[in-house]
Write a protein that binds this ligand. Structure first.
Ligand SMILES: [Zn+2]
Length: 442
């Protein structure tokens, strides 16, 4: 019988074996960073730590953290690659850039070997979603410098899938491609999956019937881990939708599996995960929430050691029925430390608001505004309803959403129902959150 796992010896290894493997790789990457990266040599010296002090996995706490700000400063000071780079650029093969929504885009470089391991880590995820070599795969993205779905292409190739790239295609062309060819699997941002289904509808195409997609996976935005968004995509495309979690700096580190159990598996042999208390930076236990700090164990050109992801996650206190022994998180990334909003002293995650409003079929598009009225913080959720919703139903709809938000957030939020078509639609990275307040907490 075909195995459920792509790398059974890793995915079902004992925790002890995984720990020893992580330890071995950690020592090697720390030594490499010390020997070859001026950025890390300086950082280690400032923190008074040398590679010989890293004897076990727990010794990782001796290492200094790396932040996005460190990376930005390093690349400004030593343009364009920064002093973190451990090899001459001509020995590297691939350059990717962060999407750079805040500040200047950052560059992350990989050797051929780094990249091959990167794609392998991603192939394991595709396999866990149920992708097999008999699938025809369409990565629906622009093939620009953003790392996004690049690895999807090579990961699917590694599995042996048939690939049809659509970089440069407009949405209508992609919809036509899905209808014309037996494409069974697709990777794109969650917003784009929903947008595609809506565009298809306008073209008189129902992707559930007219296309053959059975599996999709999503990254670039948190939606792939928000149950109501996943449900919406699954209903619109007639498929199973999965969460592909990664970043330019660390690579593909987290995924859910065909059981859709609400847990996120971490590629332990690729990224060593720590979940640290927001205030003390001490590791938190099962069932507890903290900031995810990741150490990439395999990328040699740009090693990222103890990288503060700013992602808020909860350590799982249960196991997945799939039998994987990899380190697990409860749910997906719950939010970003940078996105966490404090409203009248209460912490609010915009992703939670999204989850609540997406439950309503009357909702087409939305915007969340944090504002201050008479020195008091207010949350205003603007809702752009579906065209079919009769004007007379607006007040009742508004009332229903306000009640759901009050229950779901534990704090009052005002809802405004707009004219249909008022709010902007997003095809890729959606910007649905507006914070108008000055002197915002955090
Ligand atoms: Zn699982």
């Amino acid at each position: 019988m075909e195995s459920r796992y792509y790398d059974p010896e890793i995915e079902t290894a004992s925790r002890d074996k995984l720990r020893r493997l992580q330890e071995k790789k950690l020592k090697a990457i720390v030594q490499h960073a010390w020997d070859r990266s001026p950025f890390y040599r300086k950082k280690f010296e400032e923190a008074n730590v040398t590679p010989d002090q890293i004897k076990s996995r727990d010794d990782i706490s001796r290492l200094p953290f790396t932040t996005k700000e460190d990376l930005r400063k390093d690349q400004q000071e030593f343009p364009p690659w920064g002093s973190m780079l451990t090899l001459p650029i001509e020995e590297c093969q691939r350059i990717h850039m962060t999407s750079g929504t805040t500040g200047q885009a950052l560059r992350v470089v990989d050797t051929a070997e780094d990249w091959s391991k990167f794609c392998h880590a991603h192939a394991r995820m595709l396999y866990a979603y149920g992708i097999r070599k008999t699938d025809m795969v369409m990565p629906a993205f622009g093939f620009g410098p953003f790392i996004g779905f690049w690895a999807t292409y090579y990961a699917a190739e590694e599995i042996g899938c048939t690939l049809l790239a659509t970089g440069g295609f407009k949405t209508q062309q992609r919809v036509n491609t899905l209808v014309a060819y037996p494409i069974t699997a697709m990777g794109c941002t969650p917003s784009y999956a929903i947008y595609m289904a809506e565009e298809a509808k306008k073209m008189g195409i129902d992707l559930r019937k007219d296309a053959q997609i059975r599996i999709t996976w999503h990254t670039g935005e948190p939606g792939g881990g928000i149950p109501s968004v996943v449900k919406k995509i699954e209903e619109a495309l007639g498929c199973k939708a999965f969460d592909f979690i990664g970043s330019t700096e660390i690579g593909p580190w987290g995924f859910n599996c065909e059981f859709q159990s609400g847990l996120t598996h971490i590629n332990d042999d690729w990224a060593l995960a720590e979940v640290l208390d927001f205030d003390t930076d001490e590791p938190v236990g099962p069932g507890q929430t903290g900031e995810l700090v990741l150490t990439n164990l395999e990328r040699r050109a740009n090693p990222f050691l103890r990288y503060r992801t700013r992602d808020i996650v909860t350590v799982a206190d249960r196991t997945c029925p799939c039998g994987r022994t990899l380190f697990c998180l409860e749910g997906s990334v719950l939010g970003r430390l940078d996105d966490m909003k404090k409203v009248r002293g209460i912490i609010v995650y915009p992703s939670r608001i999204e989850e609540i409003v997406r439950e309503f079929k009357e909702m087409d598009e939305f915007q969340i505004v944090f504002t201050r009225v008479h020195d008091l913080d207010e949350i205003i959720v603007k809702i752009d309803p579906v065209a079919e919703l009769a004007r007379g139903s607006y007040p009742g709809f508004q009332n229903k959403v306000e009640k759901a938000l009050q229950v779901g957030l534990g704090i009052r939020a005002s809802v405004e129902i707009m004219e249909h078509g008022t709010l902007p639609r997003w095809d890729h990275k959606a910007k649905r959150i507006v914070d108008e307040r000055k002197d915002v907490p955090f």
